[in-house]
Design a protein around this ligand. Structure first.
Ligand code: FCB
Length: 445
């Protein structure tokens, strides 16, 4: 009899998928993203989230059924602030009830909800008041958070305050591809600074309303390696970019020190210290960085994927599973439970999607064996969704979505993921069936 080598995960490990309100719901009218995607040229493929996965029309039910049938035990979803509070302090109770039904629906299916309170999209009225550049956003956000926690608290005690402050500040205020489309590094710092304050305020408000709550963030972690390690300036710029992009935000929330490497500005913000109970990692890829004097906006580093590395069909992400290991190792220093709040692979090549899943889970398995406190893995994402400025050109779903008919079709990765969730492990035999080319490296024998 052949012995089956198996990579097993800890008992009670949570398996799920992650989604964001604007990307799946459809029918939003009151947010900056709903307005932005109507402007010509803003979405690469001309798509929009007008219908998306039609969760606002009720298709969340069938998708949660799929997740549950596939053995998932957790789901990370977002709420859209612009629906709940369509104008300042005016609450849409129907929208709140809609979300209440959704989180109740998750519980009924045995899926633990994690609710993200801010995932890129903002109410138009907030943006008219200066958005996150205006410190008043902090108070507005606190009022919104209190309302949501009171409305959903019967079903939810795991909260993610912000999704990827670093990515939001970069794309909305430095790169300009996202609303409000600014290219102003000073504004980006201001926005990040205000979001950090809002995080701390929300953290305390949630705990006041719900003492047993677990409150965290979802942080985009991206290793940045020097293009030529032997070239000191590449090393310098890669390190600087990594510190600013990956380390600044969590460090501020951990220690209460805002360390921007520019000008050695070292501001103390003691009220931020210790404001997360769990740390969420969103991991997709790494960058290589080369020193380039013509790129002051990105700290004199030109980031890129070298042609020899394996990439998705758009060249947006490098297939670099070890980065997930590095991200977890780095986050373990906070000594808090770690959740992989997003990880996935958007591609047109199904065999690469399946292989990517296995390779990343292999790295995840390595980390749990070091006893690093990883408690959950949320795959991005359940069903193809609206991928921001990339529209529908980058598809991450375990299920393929036919936008015209709203039909969902499981991809091979959906079947593999379901097997893994149900078994809480993956075996050499699964690898042989789904990605035999990985067998010699993963399970030599
Ligand atoms: C992350 C975002 C998420 C999704 C994935 C692919 O940066 O949090 O909304 O777009 O990338």
């Amino acid at each position: 009899m052949t012995i089956q080598a198996t990579h097993t995960f800890p008992r009670n490990f949570k398996w799920g998928t992650a989604t964001a309100a604007h990307q799946v719901e459809g029918g939003a009218t009151n947010s900056d993203w709903a307005a932005w995607e109507k402007l010509p040229g803003k979405i690469n493929d001309g798509g929009s989230a007008a219908v998306a996965c039609d969760w606002w029309g009720g298709r969340w039910r069938e998708d949660f059924d799929r997740a549950a049938a596939d053995g998932q035990t957790a789901h990370r979803l977002g709420v859209d602030w612009s629906r709940i509070e369509p104008s300042p302090a005016a609450w849409d109770e129907d929208a709140l009830d809609h979300y209440r039904q959704m989180v109740k629906g998750l519980r009924e299916r045995g899926l633990e909800p994690m609710v993200t309170l801010h995932h890129f999209a903002n109410p138009l009225w907030l943006m008219e008041k200066g958005g996150w550049e205006n410190v008043a956003a902090v108070g507005h956000f606190e009022r919104f958070v209190r309302k949501v926690v009171k409305a959903l608290g019967d079903y939810v005690d795991l909260w993610c305050v912000f999704n990827e402050i670093n990515v939001f500040a970069y794309f909305s205020y430095i790169d300009g591809a996202w609303p409000p489309g600014k290219k102003n590094i000073v504004a980006a710092f201001k926005v990040a600074r205000h979001m950090l304050s809002a995080h701390a305020v929300a953290y305390r408000a949630i705990h006041e309303l719900q003492p047993q709550a677990r409150v965290g963030i979802a942080h985009h972690v991206r290793p940045i390696d020097p293009a030529k390690p032997e070239f000191a300036l590449d090393g310098w710029t890669a390190k600087l970019q990594y510190r600013l992009f990956t380390e600044t935000i969590p460090q501020a929330l951990h220690t209460g020190r805002l360390l921007f490497p520019i000008g050695r500005l070292n501001e103390r913000l003691p009220e931020l210290a210790g404001t997360f109970d769990c740390f969420g990692i969103n991991y997709y890829s790494r960058y290589h960085s080369a020193f380039d004097l013509s790129q002051p906006g990105t700290l004199f580093g030109r980031t890129f994927h070298p042609p020899e590395v394996e990439q998705d069909h758009l060249g947006l992400n490098e297939l670099y599973p070890e980065g997930l290991y590095r991200a977890i190792k780095w986050a373990a220093k906070f000594k808090k439970p770690i959740l992989i709040t997003e990880n996935g692979w958007g591609d047109v090549d199904e065999s690469r999607r399946t292989r990517a899943l296995l390779l990343h889970l292999r790295q995840l398995w390595r980390t749990v064996n070091f006893n690093w406190p990883v408690q959950a893995y949320y795959y991005w994402t359940l069903v193809d969704n609206f991928e921001w400025e990339r529209g529908w050109s980058q598809r991450f779903g375990l299920y393929e979505l036919d936008l015209a008919t709203q039909e969902r079709r499981p991809r091979p990765a959906a079947k593999l993921y379901a097997e893994i969730c149900k078994a809480n492990s993956f075996s050499a035999e699964m690898v042989e069936r789904y990605a035999p080319e990985l067998l010699p490296a993963m399970f030599p024998g």
